[in-house]
Design a protein around this ligand. Structure first.
Ligand code: FE2
Ligand code: FE2
Length: 399
């Protein structure tokens, strides 16, 4: 690839990354693009957290192909220190790209070593590794990008080439900036949630993160059943991931006497409580970004029920005045999806006043409410991915 083509490719990649705002989805996209550019079979991203690197995302085409159609790789997160003992730690510490042609032939004089444990557990064989630091324009290392097993067109593993190194080095700079921006957006969202959480202790960071993750998984299955375009799916996943996290921010406007009341709410109190949907929508209602619109939609509609028995509804308009809530497909899809994701996580979480429900019991309850509380098509999409959800949730366990 000549210099001009490389620059053009980097500019293209930059544009691709600029379309993604959510942190998790950005990491996924970064890996996909970097793997595409270099023909890498697998890759991982580590995010810096103080003096350690958190293993945050991974992709592995060979392992993915061993899974049944539509299933995703579920992986454990772990952290490693930023020091020269590991390959990623060493790259973060030194701030330089490291190209290793054969992980099992690293000279004993190298300070770092390759940990074969993952290969052994996953029945995988790592050969080449290209590891690049993610350094922002203020020279801050925000993470590490690692690509594994460059593969030629015939599927044969090879070492990464000098060309790959130049491209990945430049791409890592672009990805670092995008990552910094996504981390800022995520931090702002979490700060808003913490504000709402001061009022309602049930809305923990763990809960909202899980609802965001689950909503996106359900949406993806729902969208594929409807054969939506990849472009639309990707765009909506990004919006929904963030909007779903903000479903209950309207609780900032509900008085403590009601939010924190230990017993059941009486009818008048419940009417006040219902207002958190309208208040939440109001927070985002005045601005017109796609994220604001999605967040307003989720805040307003996540307690609407498929059969019209939910709230806040439209205040009883329409022919049938006994039905006050919005009905069926008139409830925006993001609202219908977050309704399922929110209830499922609440059922599976331990709260001060209740134990966590077993997963299959929670699934049975959601199934039983299909067509009443929940959209049957959304429940079907939920059932398609429910076995993946506990694995995803483990990343946000205990909070
Ligand atoms: Fe709510
Ligand atoms: Fe919630």
């Amino acid at each position: 690839m000549d210099e001009h083509a490389k620059l053009a490719r980097i500019a293209e990649l930059q544009q691709e990354l600029a379309k993604v705002n959510d942190l998790d989805l950005l990491l996924e996209k970064t890996l996909t693009l970097a793997r595409e550019c270099t023909g890498a079979d697998a890759g991982s991203v580590y995010i810096r957290d103080g003096g350690r690197l958190v293993f945050s995302h991974t992709q592995n085409e060979t392992l993915r192909r061993r899974l049944p159609e539509g299933k995703k790789l579920v992986y454990q997160t772990f952290t490693i220190p930023i020091d020269s003992g590991s390959i990623a730690g060493c790259v973060a510490q030194k701030g330089r790209v490291l190209n290793i042609p054969d992980a099992y032939a690293i000279p004993p004089s190298a300070p770092y070593h390759f940990n074969p444990e993952f290969d052994r557990l996953a029945d995988y064989r790592t050969l080449s590794l290209l590891t690049a630091p993610l350094i922002t324009s203020n020279r801050e290392t925000v993470g590490v990008l690692q690509l594994i097993n460059a593969t030629d067109a015939g599927g044969v593993r090879r070492a990464f080439r000098a060309d790959d190194v130049v491209l990945v080095d430049a791409f890592a700079g672009v990805a670092a900036l995008a990552l910094e921006r996504a981390q800022m957006t995520r931090a702002l969202i979490l700060r808003m949630i913490r504000l709402a959480g001061l009022r309602d202790p049930k809305e923990t960071e763990g809960h909202v993160n899980r609802v965001g993750l689950f909503a996106v998984e359900i949406y993806e299955r729902w969208a594929r059943r409807r054969s939506l375009s990849e472009h639309e799916i990707e765009h909506n996943r990004d919006l929904l991931r963030m909007a779903a996290m903000l479903h209950d921010v309207g609780k900032v406007g509900i008085p403590d006497a009601i939010l924190k009341k230990p017993g059941r709410l009486d009818a008048a109190e419940f009417d006040v409580m219902k207002q958190h949907t309208v208040i939440g929508a109001g927070v985002f209602g005045s601005s017109h970004s796609a994220l604001d619109a999605a967040a307003a939609e989720v805040a307003l509609c996540h307690h609407e029920n498929w059969d019209g028995s939910g709230y806040p509804g439209r205040g009883g308009e329409g022919e049938n005045t006994s039905v006050r809530g919005v009905v069926g497909e008139n409830i925006p899809i993001f609202g219908r999806i977050v309704a399922v994701a929110d209830v499922y996580d609440a059922l599976c979480s331990k709260r001060v006043y209740k134990d966590a429900m077993a997963g299959d019991e929670a699934v049975a309850l959601i199934k039983a409410d299909s067509g009443r509380k929940f959209d049957p098509e959304v429940v079907a999409a939920f059932l398609d991915c429910v076995d993946q959800l506990p694995g995803l949730a483990a990343r946000y366990a205990g909070s």
